[in-house]
Design a protein around this ligand. Sequence first.
Ligand code: SAM
Ligand code: SF4
Length: 349
Amino acid sequence: MTPYDDISPQAPPEAMVPARAPLIDGFGRTVSYLRLSVTDRCDLRCVYCMAEHMVFLPKIEVLTLEELDRIATAFVGLGTRKLRLTGGEPLVRKGMLDLVRSLSRHLKSGALEELTLTTNGTRLTEFAGQLADAGVRRINVSLDTLKPDLFKKLTRGGDVAKVLRGIAAAQAAGLAVKINTVALRDDNAAEIPDLIRWAHGEGCDLTLIETMPLGEIEADRTDQYLSLKGVRRELESFWTLEDLSHSTGGPARYVRVAETGGRLGLITPLSHNFCELCNRVRLTCTGTLHTCLGQEDETDLRAVLRAGASDVQLEQAIREAIAGKPKGHDFEIARARPAVARHMSTTGG
Ligand code: SAM
Ligand code: SF4
């Protein structure tokens, strides 16, 4: 018996589907994508993401699986078509598979187009098959280097072999795997072509991400920041990059590498602003809804839930938050302070 056994595929929130009037913000953007952080905890301590000695949240502050399900279901009822589970590390959350199985009822009903997750890959050997069985089709795995020593340094103790086994297990289970790589000037800049070659050889897309100034960490981010404009220029000195129109409505721009045949994404929040097409919002594991990754705006949906809100009241709170979605972020890496105080592991990357 798990704490989540009481949510069955026939639970009442199903009645909220199909969607009513979609969520449209004050700038006319339709919000159809929710990233849901299911925990702030993680089994790694990536240097750009967390402080070495992170203080994690008390359990009472974190949404229960039932609360996560209820909020996600409310979003689905309001037209959310894509749901990404993230963290922290989603696969360290107890009962995570129960949540995935429960949410997959929205895939079956057709209300949700995609249920996916972003993971560091350390637990995929254990969970890949069950995720696939629950209806997950694609996952993102974060991997910044293939070098065991560097991986250990960047994650403060992780084992890259475990992640590679996890990726293999995911593929064997039929999951499409996209690799996410944070570009770090001093650590993996020189390895980026090898990482791309490797990923494409494995049949995976790879997306490069610029470091974003989120949360206090010990390191100086101006040391880590690597502009992907420069990376692209470098790659074009020996590869042919063909622009693709493929878009996820998100911040990535895609190119095809003619020589490898694979797809490369570039997420450039700092050197290129991507806000005008933004279709997404984020919910932290404490139930705080952030309608912009780079602004401090927030709505406390946990307070709404724990005050005993009805589905209609919850929907109203979500609509009000979306109406106030900011036009865009204004990240700037050279600032001494992070643009926002919360860590990526809390917001859900
Ligand atoms: N633990 C999972 C993982 O690592 O994939 C999911 C959560 S993690 C916060 C999501 C993504 O955010 C990862 O790809 C990670 O590399 C990225 N990330 C974390 N901190 C970041 C930062 N300051 N700038 C850019 N990307 C960051
Ligand atoms: Fe954990 Fe992901 Fe943050 Fe790394 S990036 S510390 S794996 S939450």
